[in-house]
Design a protein. Structure first.
Length: 539
């Protein structure tokens, strides 16, 4: 379907918008582990709600996101159902990508791993959410050997998976692969011209001296011992504007039969800003069977900065995947990612100290374990009991100095910690006597109620004096436990300056309150109903 000049993928249910209540996260200190001051977070709960819970504090702060969502292969896994109707899968993934986009920093990057079942559809959705112009690459990863066939009844053996890589904005600068080869090694030739040119003619705007094979000699002296570098004229070199290769293709290739094999063309004035020689020497091929000529170029006048090399987009991690089952000392069939592989993926993000990595489909905890060993801050989200039986168990062992995965390679000795969070239940729940009426969840303490209302209204929860939070330096929120009347409002007003304002929430409010312009009053739960979505509505 075409909309406003753009191609768009549509499906049943795509435009069914649901409000998502921004839940609070409640630390379970009995499950937190290691350093109590750690900023790492292990969150148990539905990742859509958990991502919404993180949004207020972490929007624009996450440098790298790696997710490995269910591939919708039609298989049922112990840890999650990987067999949902296609349109449902599309809605589930898009809703989460929208929140992940908000969390990603301006210079951040996201990696989404998938296989062939939904890869094409996922690419279109990510183009829509992140912008087609922010597509970086697709990394193809070999994850299993072609001869390791686990099911003989399938028609094709899938050995490759894909990782779609998107930046948020052009502020993301991808790292480069280390260039270990010494560029000086390429200069191993010397050229001597002893004769006179057969002729000097104008070709393509340059004066060109033409020499036959008797008039010159080329010597190969060995790596780094010469002053000239050899270039074969072919492929992408030909398309480089103003290059010797392009010049050969345009003006010299068709002179091969006339001038003969091995003919040297000394093009006066070409390359003066490069090697400073004042000319470029270009040659016809020396053998009848050769299709392309070549040229020799001197060392550049200006020393080149080593910018590294681009990363290729295919990698073989079969061995690491075969051994991943033993990593972390937790059993997780059908999806565990090797730490060595995740270390590589994270290296593509250009992470620095204090950068945050988020994995909202944490699985067995591989991403968090890898980040812990590499020294990156991390946030992991996982639904179901294996948040306790897999993620927590594995990460506790990592902090204690577990030696699997990449531990020996990075000299991991243990340390650090994380805080374990539960996703709070919905703030509003049906009244047991009259289900159609919503009430404050009785499980909430007053402090949790204050934090939840702050989050719903977009205030930062930070109790100070009689204020429970703020949205700016001059805008505050107060949640009342007492009857809110004119006297109560005046007592709150007495604690703020005239140019400051306050939002007051209360369960019991005096009717027909006359309020100054810098005071707003709302009722609990009435004014919260439109901002909350109940748990059953987001499944």
């Amino acid at each position: 379907m075409q909309k406003q000049g753009k191609l768009e993928l549509t499906w049943v249910g795509k435009y069914e918008k649901k409000k998502i209540e921004p839940r609070i996260l409640v630390e379970d200190k009995s499950k937190s582990y290691g350093d109590p001051n750690s900023e790492n977070m292990l969150i148990h709960g539905d990742n859509l709600l958990a991502l919404k819970a993180l949004e207020q504090e972490y929007a624009g702060r996450i440098k790298c996101i790696y997710i490995d969502p269910p591939y919708n292969t039609g298989n049922a896994f112990d840890q999650y159902d990987d067999n949902v109707e296609h349109s449902i899968w599309l809605s589930l993934i898009k809703d989460r990508l929208n929140l992940l986009y908000n969390l990603l920093s301006e210079d951040g990057v996201i990696f989404v791993q998938i296989n062939d079942d939904e890869a094409a559809y996922l690419k279109i959705i990510m183009d829509e959410v992140f912008g087609r112009q922010n597509y970086e690459a697709t990394i193809y990863v070999k994850v299993r050997h072609e001869d390791r066939i686990l099911r003989e009844d399938i028609r094709y053996q899938l050995v490759i998976e894909q990782v779609l890589m998107y930046r948020k904005t052009a502020s993301f600068i991808p790292p480069r692969r280390e260039k270990t080869k010494d560029s000086d090694d390429d200069y191993e030739y010397e050229l001597s011209i002893s004769g006179v040119p057969q002729e000097i003619i104008k070709i393509g705007g340059y004066d060109v001296e033409i020499y036959n094979t008797d008039a010159y000699k080329i010597k190969k002296l060995g790596k780094g011992k010469g002053s000239l570098k050899y270039y074969q004229i072919r492929g992408s070199l030909i398309t480089q504007k103003g290059s010797a290769s392009e010049y050969y293709e345009k003006f010299l290739r068709n002179r091969r039969e006339t001038d003969g094999l091995g003919t040297l063309y000394k093009v006066i004035g070409m390359g003066v800003n490069g090697d400073g020689l004042g000319y470029r020497t270009i040659f016809q091929p020396t053998k009848e069977t050769s299709k392309n000529g070549f040229y020799l170029q001197g060392r550049p006048k200006r020393e080149k900065i080593n910018k590294g090399l681009p990363f290729p987009n295919f990698y073989d991690f079969v061995q690491e995947y075969n051994n991943a089952g033993y990593e972390g000392n937790v059993d997780f069939k059908g999806g565990k990612k090797p730490e060595r592989y995740l270390q590589f993926i994270l290296s593509l993000a250009g992470l620095k100290e204090n950068d945050i990595v988020l994995d909202s489909f944490l699985g067995s905890g591989s991403t968090a374990a890898t980040c812990q060993k590499l020294g990156y801050h991390w946030i992991g989200i996982e639904l179901g009991d294996h948040a306790y039986t897999h993620c927590k168990v594995r990460l506790d062992k990592v902090i204690d100095g577990e030696q699997g995965g990449i531990s020996k390679a990075v000299n991991w000795q243990g340390g650090g910690g994380y805080k374990f969070y539960e996703l709070a239940p919905s703030l509003l729940v049906p009244n047991k006597m009259i289900p159609s009426i919503k009430q404050i969840n009785p499980e909430y303490t007053f402090e949790q109620l204050c934090e939840a209302i702050c989050k719903i209204e977009g205030f930062k929860y930070k109790p100070r004096g009689n204020m429970h939070g703020y949205s700016s330096e001059k805008r505050f929120i107060h949640i009342a436990q007492d009857f809110v009347n004119g006297e109560y409002v005046n007592s709150i007003l007495s604690t703020i300056d005239d140019d400051e304002s306050v939002l007051i929430y209360g369960t019991k409010l005096q009717s027909n309150l006359r309020l100054p312009s810098n005071v707003e009053v709302k009722k609990i739960p009435k004014d919260l109903l439109d901002k909350c979505t109940f748990e059953s509505e987001v499944r």
